[in-house]
Design a protein around this ligand. Sequence first.
Ligand SMILES: *Cc1c(COP(=O)(O)O)cnc(C)c1O
Length: 400
Amino acid sequence: MSALIFSNRSGNKDVAGMIPFISVKTPSCLTLMDSFLEIEQMGIHSNYGPKNTLFEDRLQGLYFGGQGSCLTVCNATIGLMIAMKMAGRRRTCSVSQRYALMPAFTFAAAAHAAIWAGYTPLFCDIDPATWAACPVSERRMIEKYGDSIDLIVPYATFGNSIDLAHYAALHEETGAGIVVDAAASLGALDENGIGFGSGFAHPIVFSMHATKTFGIGEGGVIYSGNPDHIAVLRVMGNFGFGEPRTATIPGLNSKMTEFSAAIALACLTTMEDVATRRSALADCYFRTLPIDFEMQKPRGHRRSYQFMPVLLPEGCCRNAVREQLSSQGIGTGAYFSPHLMEQPYFSGLCEADDLTVTENVSRRVMSLPLWTDMTMEMVGTVCQALENVLVPASMSRVAA
Ligand SMILES: *Cc1c(COP(=O)(O)O)cnc(C)c1O
């Protein structure tokens, strides 16, 4: 399945006129050779080795303005698991269910991680403008479930920034732990123009999966403005070994290899260029798409674009639109459809607020191609193709 959707660069070049949904761009193996040889010669392959340390330090300095600490993890899902395990209040009282409040409009990883960490996911609705957790719905769930909400997991939807002060305040008010799923947000700048999350005193989890803006294959980073969090997570991620070979706290293995860290270090040198380029492509979409198109409301200085999400007009058949674009060589996605409460494993286990907005956005959302080596002309081609497909569709709606 992934081979069809995520065509690589050479695959893209080979098929003239094709615009894949995502085109993965990791640093060329040729530029990595020296660094890989260093690892081989040194013989250190894991356990927070020198490349991991260098990457964590550079990211903290370059992106998080020198505040707080970073920890590499083998992927963001495992990162979410350890951060969630740490963040709960671990209350000893008799409440049988410990809920993790999160939006239904997110990726399965967040709900899976919560279940592995011992919580029952509780889904709130999203805001119709930002597509992030709706504060009114969150409030409704807090009133209804009270103290049994032990964790709140906001999602920085599609690389956008979210209001972190709101979550710091919810933590103060309710005592619930906070873990931010910012899987796609590495490279995003907040309203002050610094890396999204800088200085925030709760764990924020970023992904470096190949399909994300800052893709290395598999990998992730947990950031916290509070270095004590990162120190605990570092121990949890190494089997909970607080003393040599001795588990003192819950643990698993979340470590990233030195080879992955070497790729991440190479990515870091182009991070600004990549984020800027993707922003320019997004601006081109904003200028070119028909003005009545509903888009996600941007927040912060710069978003990190994994792709370009748009809402199709009401009543429009997304599958038909996607098939027509596909027949013209244009790949698309539908993140996140189905939403979490539409997936049998979660709907059987989890609870949810009224999800009217989630259902509407999830039914209409379509993800358009946006990748680093894409050209402005390609954006124009996608927009024109979409308009051509939609005009007859809306006319048939009027006729019907
Ligand atoms: C990609 C993604 C994840 C999982 O990241 P991995 O590194 O692949 O484990 C989690 N949450 C969201 C919202 C994502 O988009």
